[in-house]
Write a protein that binds this ligand. Structure first.
Ligand SMILES: Cc1cc2nc3c(=O)[nH]c(=O)nc-3n(C[C@H](O)[C@H](O)[C@H](O)COP(=O)(O)O)c2cc1C
Length: 360
């Protein structure tokens, strides 16, 4: 069985190790969602990861509700990403862009418009805005014309990601955002060809994948899903059947890797009692499976030993440990992240975490 330090191929991506950086929103872009210079420094510091999955990146103003998160719909954003991606490449790393439409979780205070979702539902709580947290607003149900436009937005963002130099893209299909809102029957109440039976609820996912692979090529396209348990008020009556079918669909489409955020009951990030779906997904899907949530090196290696996955993605450990790969190699202690600066602007708690070795 491979170790965390063995190389792995995921489609066209050749990773030197199996320690991936999970997507982490940090809010260091401008209000126009343009990446900034400190983002280049931050990502380059973490270039030893087998693969960096970027922070969630909006495909459109409509789809981006997080203050100071980056986007990939404008020329300025593409230009802003270029030095970030180049810095990662110069440091020897690889980076894919996580493409994000937040659906009903976009607050009009950020986007200036009513949110759109599979159906007219409301997020469960408070949304992040430039004026602090505000109550979620009821979304309008996407018309078929809206869906066609959103598919176009995904395609444009994928094209822009490649133009900016990214090694590929990851569709954000997890965590109760738009793709998840279409997948799950708690938020998809439609009675047209996008709603009802699982086969119909998979349609939006399939069409997004098709739109994106037409621009980014399938060998450079992965997806993130969060199959077990409700997340941000988004739930399904049979997540096991739904996500097993999703994995079979991704197999048919030839998507080379799926990253799964699969917490357990003891997880410190959105814990759930619902058992993992990844074992069933692995029986119908022959691509690479990346597992996430609450891993340290030993637990991650144990999953590789079991044959349960092909790589592990680490989220919070990468926040405070730019040299996480080296720390795992040496069995060194991890720095703890500074919570107040997770989403603050500026370099504090962002690019100033200590490494084991002082850089020359
Ligand atoms: C500060 C922070 C930002 C996050 N941003 C994203 C994101 O942009 N996209 C995403 O899919 N998940 C995001 N997550 C979830 C992480 O990718 C990961 O699933 C979670 O931290 C659990 O993994 P861990 O135990 O290795 O930290 C975020 C988590 C944290 C703590």
């Amino acid at each position: 069985m491979p170790t965390l330090f063995d190389p792995v191929e995921m489609g066209a991506l050749k990773l030197p190790n199996r320690i991936l950086m999970a997507p982490l929103t940090r809010g260091r872009a401008t209000r126009e969602a343009v990446p900034t210079a400190i983002m280049a420094e931050y990502y380059a510091q973490r270039a030893a990861a087998g693969l960096i999955i970027s922070e969630a990146t909006g495909i459109s103003r409509e789809g981006l509700g997080w203050p100071y998160a980056p986007g990939l719909w404008s020329e300025d954003q593409v230009e802003g990403w270029k030095p970030v991606v180049a810095a990662v490449h110069e440091a020897g790393g690889r980076i894919v862009a996580q493409l994000w439409h937040m659906g009903r979780l976009v607050n009009p205070g950020v986007s200036g418009m009513q949110p759109v979702s599979a159906s007219a539902t409301t997020g469960p709580g408070l949304d992040h805005t430039y004026d602090g947290k505000q109550p979620s607003v009821e979304a309008r149900a996407a018309s078929v014309e809206d869906i066609a436009r959103i598919l176009g937005d995904y395609a444009t963002a994928a094209r822009n990601a490649i133009a900016a130099g990214f090694d590929g893209v990851q569709l954000h299909g997890a965590n109760g955002y738009l793709i998840d809102q279409f997948l799950r029957d708690g938020t998809n109440l439609r009675d047209d060809e996008y709603g009802g039976p699982i086969a119909n609820r998979l349609r939006f996912l399939r069409e997004v994948v098709e739109a994106v692979i037409a621009e980014a090529e399938v060998a450079r396209t992965g997806i993130r899903l969060s199959p077990n348990g409700a997340v941000q008020g988004c739930d399904d009556s049979d997540g096991h059947a739904l996500f097993t079918a999703a994995a079979a669909e991704l197999e048919r489409l030839g998507v080379p890797w799926i990253e799964l955020r699969e917490p357990g009951p003891q997880s410190s990030f959105r814990a759930t009692e619902e058992p993992p779906v990844s074992p069933a997904m692995r029986t119908v899907y022959s691509g690479r499976i990346v597992l996430n949530s609450d891993f340290d090196a030993a637990r991650g290696q144990a999953k590789l030993d079991e044959g349960a996955c092909d790589a592990i993605s680490f989220g919070r450990p990468f926040l405070a440990n730019p040299d996480l790969v080296e720390r795992i190699r040496l069995g060194a202690k991890f720095n703890a992240p500074d919570v107040p600066t997770l989403y603050s602007q500026g370099s504090e708690g962002y690019t100033d975490y200590p490494t084991l070795l002082v850089r020359a």
